[in-house]
Design a protein around this ligand. Structure first.
Ligand code: RB5
Length: 149
């Protein structure tokens, strides 16, 4: 997905707020339109309150891809993955973010706001939004994810 008129939804708790603000500023400069689901300060909040509304929109197809953050990334990722059409990937390097799209067809990038730099996060977002799913054997594997025993 090239930057243009696409709307990219983004959400965080207080642990990801500072990084979310950095990403919104830089992505807006790059030409993306950002839909900010909050939070709006570093005041302590419960991550599901911001993550559920974003995950719902990716789940129902309103947005093809989204970005979520919390301190570790785990609470946000676990919440988003409650939705059947969501594949949220917790990533901490550019290469892992790329593989999440290529191999897992991840549609939400989960970032650990307290454990990576803002600059790395921005590079990860750029790669996540511009990399496609490879399909083939990976489609076969992704199809099996929902087939619980
Ligand atoms: C908040 O302190 C922290 O628990 C939260 O941001 C996240 O890391 C939870 O998984």
């Amino acid at each position: 997905m090239e930057s243009g008129n696409e709307i990219i939804p983004i959400a965080s708790d207080h642990g990801g707020y500072e990084m979310k603000t950095y990403l919104i500023e830089n992505m807006t400069t790059m030409g993306y339109k950002m839909f900010d689901f909050g939070t709006n300060s570093e005041t302590s909040v419960d991550y599901p309150d911001m993550i559920h509304p974003l995950a719902k929109t990716v789940n129902d197809g309103t947005y093809p891809l989204g970005i979520i953050l919390c301190g570790s990334g785990n609470g946000a990722q676990i919440t988003a993955n409650k939705y059947p059409n969501v594949r949220a990937a917790l990533c901490w390097t550019v290469e892992i973010a790329k593989l999440a799209r290529q191999h897992n067809n991840a549609n939400i990038l989960a970032l650990p706001g307290r454990f990576i730099s803002n600059e790395t996060a921005l590079e990860m977002v750029k790669v996540f939004l511009s990399t496609g799913f490879e399909g083939g054997r990976h489609q076969h594997r992704v199809d099996k994810i929902s087939k619980t025993l």
